[in-house]
Write a protein that binds this ligand. Sequence first.
Ligand SMILES: Cc1cc2nc3c(=O)[nH]c(=O)nc-3n(C[C@H](O)[C@H](O)[C@H](O)COP(=O)(O)OP(=O)(O)OC[C@H]3O[C@@H](n4cnc5c(N)ncnc54)[C@H](O)[C@@H]3O)c2cc1C
Length: 440
Amino acid sequence: MKNICVVGGGIAGLFAARVLAEKNYQVKVLEGAAEPGGLLRSFHGPHGQDFDYGTHVMRETGHSEVDALMFSHLSDEWRSFEILKTGSVAGGQLYKHSAFTNGNSLSPEDRTKVESEFLNCTPVKKELDSAKDYVYQSYGPTYSEKLFLPALAKFYGVPTEELHKNALRQFGMTRMVGFTSEKTHELKKDSWGDERLAFHSFEEGSAGLNNFYPRTGGIGRFITELRADLESRGVEVLCNQKIESVQVKDGKVSSLQVGGQSFDLDHLVWTLPVPFLHKMAGQSSPAKELKFRDVGLFYFTFEEPLTTDLYYIMNFDPDLHSFRITFYQNLKANNEKHFSCCVEVLGSGADIEKLSSSEVLEELKGLGLVKSEVLPVEEQKMTFPKGFPIMTKDFAKSSREGYDEAMKLYSNVSLVGRSAGKVFFTNDVLIDTYELLNSL
Ligand SMILES: Cc1cc2nc3c(=O)[nH]c(=O)nc-3n(C[C@H](O)[C@H](O)[C@H](O)COP(=O)(O)OP(=O)(O)OC[C@H]3O[C@@H](n4cnc5c(N)ncnc54)[C@H](O)[C@@H]3O)c2cc1C
């Protein structure tokens, strides 16, 4: 039987193990931390709160094989809902009906300009890789300069001309809310209009996919249940196993060394950064170090509910610090006595260090999400280093080169997960992992 080691016990590594277990391979997952889960972990507060580190909501992918493997083990603790109630902030205004950028937050004069420029745009060539060129050619100068480019500069902290087109997708900046709802319906009948325009409400255009969040335990419950499912199928999930070196013989990885122990293998699934694999194998790598944004996580708990029924809000306003605000009270819908939210901020480690919880709280109050006189009963601040890749054109090229080089050097390695540099979102990671490993 093929002996497979999976390095990294985040969702990519655990799902890889799930795909391989289905094929009856002998699978070991080696996780460096004390618990598996990576960015899908949660921690718990003294008032029964559950706080997540990265991804908050699990969503069906629409790929039937992936969804069957991913979601069939879920316990009764999970709520499922088709509609994600989301909002967005632009121009200091909270739009309570969609997470897409809201062009209707602009002044009446700018809206008139945006609408006529939008209608004059012709379809963009597929090969175009610059985010800036893409938004100019798709939406025209007014929308680009007033909304998209300032938001991109806030999220990535680099000149927008350096960014790759994929930089837009990472923050859902793939469509805009504009025109009237009726006009939007009319324009969306055409594929070029549909590609760029969002419906005015999350109630419309649902893809019919379920979202999941548990009543207790936070998103980390997904990992706890997946781990139990894997172990019942004979997969070993070994924690506190930080890789120290990788042995290569005749173009194949033959074993891994961890804490004085050696793990022999027929095939390696690697979910950590590709340059790290080269380093562990003692190879020099052409791939440049990739650049990332650090993530500041500010968690607040109150004794009265936050004044919204949304699940999360995307914040495109460059004058505000947060980029996403998630409301656990609405995701859990569990009638608890305490009400929590998580505010995510992107920046350098130094920017995040400087930003105080009280400044972030003022932002929540300014958006009308917390009443002005209300104080939190608990607040926590954390920094998650290197959370978001800075999607420059250089990043896309270096990721591709590092990946291709690894494929040439090691014939029995599969590179999956966000660190492989091909994909970032959980569902993209899952589909990519399945497609790669199902044919093994
Ligand atoms: C703040 C934030 C918010 C996000 N929100 C969303 C979202 O809303 N929706 C979405 O789809 N995606 C989101 N993402 C992306 C999502 O988290 C990733 O797609 C997903 O976590 C990828 O899983 P992974 O297993 O590739 O990586 P990770 O989750 O990073 O897991 C990597 C694992 O490898 C382990 N490891 C590290 N070094 C070693 C070592 N030397 N030896 C052994 N193990 C090691 C780590 O401990 C970790 O468990 C978010 C990311 C961040 C940073």
